[in-house]
Write a protein that binds this ligand. Sequence first.
Ligand code: ZN
Length: 124
Amino acid sequence: MRLGKVYISTKYVVDLDDKSMVDEAKTCMFEDITNAVKYDELINWIKVKEDNSLSEADIPEFLKDEGEDKIEDETVDVIASGYEWECPHCETLNNEIELTETVMCSNCYKHFNITDFHHAYGNH
Ligand SMILES: [Zn+2]
């Protein structure tokens, strides 16, 4: 990682002991920036510069959050580890580790044929 900064580049060298010169420079800079915004030129003032005196902790949070939803390069295998079904007799929710032709309710011990099965998907 190379650290650097994005900044607006504008400066006037002044005599700090001359208060009216400092005020004049501040007024000029304000007008310059206002004009730059007005004429859509402020983007040209924005500079990018490498700066080794900075640390990663100086990066503002709102910039770091940018990559939060990034999808990684690796892929995963999804393994269904069970099947749920609701007993039509006693409404008990049963879990099967593997699918067989019939299922038996863990509560009322009645047997049922399986007619169809659905995959549960998330909303994404
Ligand atoms: Zn049952």
